[in-house]
Design a protein around this ligand. Sequence first.
Ligand code: IPE
Ligand code: IPE
Ligand code: MG
Length: 243
Amino acid sequence: MALRSTDGKDDGPRHVAIIMDGNGRWATQRGRPRLFGHQAGARRVREIVEACPDLGVDYLTVFAFSTENWKRTQSEVAGLMSLFRRYITREGKSLKANDVCVRFIGDRVRLDKKLVSMMDELEALTANCQTVNLTIAINYGGRDEVARATKRLARDVADGKLDPDAVDEETLPKYLDTCVLPDPDLVIRTSGEARISNFLLWQSAYSEYEFIDTLWPDFTAEEFRSVVGGFGTRERRFGAVVA
Ligand code: IPE
Ligand code: IPE
Ligand code: MG
């Protein structure tokens, strides 16, 4: 199946990245525990993924757990990890059936072995899917990613596989977790916070940003379509003067 729909959506963002924020506040507003908000948030992902093909969005990357989120209570962290396992079990077959290629970014070393093997299996199951590329960031931090990439790069230099004088801005991204992905064109953050929180630092150098007030569990495909639709009106200059 073709990656891009052919209905004139070529001005739209090819890669959309989302900081799915606001689950905790959504639950608190309802007098419920924070995990209730995370569960509602996880259910939202499906309709956003399903909206991508018609919008010409080939790549969707979602921030699920940051390297800083370990600072939360042990029970919230454990609840989130168990939610990721349940998400993979529950959604795996339908992602494959919808031709969604799933990848995970972030440092797997600190994740529980069972979760990591489920992540590996879902990546293998969907490796040949092409309609949408869904990347899920778990234990992901932009600084941590650059540090891990630099470590690998330094090893290649030490092993004589890479000439330090040949290192340029095309070299480093080959070592990032996102090496097979294009840079995001549009980064959306829900919940009204206007900050990056360590998401895709290198990759979003020229991304457009949309900070919207909606809390993630209330973010609908309709709102997604409207935010993506607004992207076409932006003028991206990449540092040049546009006549
Ligand atoms: C985003 O929602 C999900 C994660 C960071 C895991 P939050 O849990 O940060 O929700 P708020 O920001 O506290 O409302
Ligand atoms: C960013 O949200 C991380 C995720 C959405 C997974 P946070 O809620 O952790 O970010 P801060 O703490 O408000 O910056
Ligand atoms: Mg938050």
